[in-house]
Design a protein around this ligand. Structure first.
Ligand code: HEC
Length: 105
């Protein structure tokens, strides 16, 4: 019985740990890439005002800027609500996008 309880606790804590460290790269693909890949409309519109428009190729993004832009919306990008992307998920995406371009491939 004790072993069963220990097992259940171990599984529960592994699941909780996983939930606390969302995968920024996977989430970026799930939540952002439809507009921000090479041919996405986000990339198209951004190319009018920034030199490198694809977010994966940028080396000038910082996490605070990304979270603010995504939550408030920016220009033609709609604000992304917490119901769609939680704070923890958005932070993971922002930390990922702030990496150097080589680290994002
Ligand atoms: C519905 C399409 C769409 C989705 C989904 C989307 N974006 Fe955007 N995003 C845009 C557009 C369009 C722009 C350009 C806005 C402008 O300049 O008018 C933009 C701009 C940005 C910028 C500003 C870059 C700069 O240099 O000014 C950031 C940062 C950004 N998006 C992050 C994200 C993140 C992170 C996600 C996912 C959580 C996301 N976007 C999802 C369409 C989208």
């Amino acid at each position: 019985m004790r072993a069963v309880i220990a097992f259940v606790l171990a599984v529960a804590s592994a699941t909780a740990t996983h939930a606390q460290t969302p995968d920024g790269k996977a989430l970026y693909k799930e939540k952002c890439v439809m507009c921000h890949d090479k041919t996405g409309m986000g990339t198209g519109i951004l190319s009018r005002r920034v030199k490198v428009a694809e977010l994966l190729l940028r080396n000038d993004l910082n996490a605070a800027f990304v979270t603010t832009a995504a939550r408030a919306g920016i220009g033609n990008m709609p604000a992304i609500p917490r119901g769609e992307v939680s704070d923890a998920q958005l932070q993971a995406i922002a930390d990922f996008l702030a990496l150097a371009p080589e680290a994002k491939q």
